[in-house]
Design a protein around this ligand. Sequence first.
Ligand code: KG4
Ligand code: ZN
Length: 334
Amino acid sequence: MEDKLILAIETSCDETAAAVIKNGNEIVSNIVASQIESHKRFGGVVPEIASRHHVEQVTLIIEEAMNEANITFSDLAAIAVTAGPGLVGALLIGVNAAKALAFANDLPLIGVHHIAGHIYANRLITELKFPLMALVVSGGHTELVYMKEDGSFEVIGETRDDAVGEAYDKVARTLKLPYPGGPYIDRLADVGSPTINLPRAWLEQDSYDFSFSGLKSAVINTLHNASQKGIELSNEDLAASFQESVIEVLVEKSKRAAIEFEVKQFLLAGGVAANKGLRNKLTKEFEQLGIELVIPPLNLCTDNAAMIGAAAFVKLEKQHFAGYDLNGNPGLDL
Ligand code: KG4
Ligand code: ZN
């Protein structure tokens, strides 16, 4: 079989990324330009600034990915791009770059769902075994996704309010930690003790949905009440208590879903998959269950284009191509 190369582009949030992927599972090149430094002083991603950076960066990053792969456009089988969800102004930059390149080089165009990308990041490290379950945890998403087979996605549970990463970042901001605060909370939690009583949002007994805004508010209220009484709480213990509450719910629901759907594999995906506490607890629990757990390396957990190329390969095989009317869709369904 002839090798099939895909150029993939990702600009849905604050990373401008391009990658060349061979046969859906091999990284030939993978370039990511992070904008974190530009958004840091605002305490979150500023959509207008994100779009401007993408415009400046996108052609350079694509050129770098092509150069590093040492190929020309005639070597490609398709051009793939994240079509949503994400910031609309940010998505549009990638989508328009992909459309222009596909048209100019007479190549098929493939639109990819960002979450499908996060899940398929796992295909870059191992073979996927179906049926599988994926827990997608990032700054914008918290979802349990059931996949009966390649390319089929069923969201069995999702957050009803804040995404996990969003809750981490908001709690971190309350503790006056830099943006994005997830990794800082993770580090504090590692040295603290979960001694502060915080709620767990289990929701209805059989629900796979999540809710984190109540927990986030409980942390803020606990801090506020303590400071009014002149008590100084330990940031480490507060972080450890918050993290324990988050992880307990994520892991319990993941286990229940894996058992009920009799999956062969459980995948962790998204930026929060970098969380040490979550990785450790999932590893321990799935070992006991005897279900294979796959966790991508850190650089494939956070936003990148390699994962978009991996997800696009399934569509290339099925010839599910997009037209030139492809648009950035912030509310795209999986
Ligand atoms: O997937 P991602 O790079 O971007 C989105 O698509 O959202 O995820 C970024 C999120 C941020 O909220 C960040 O705070 C969180 O992932 N994050 C973490 C850790 N590393 C990154 N959250 C908890 N613990 C970590 N170690
Ligand atoms: Zn993401």
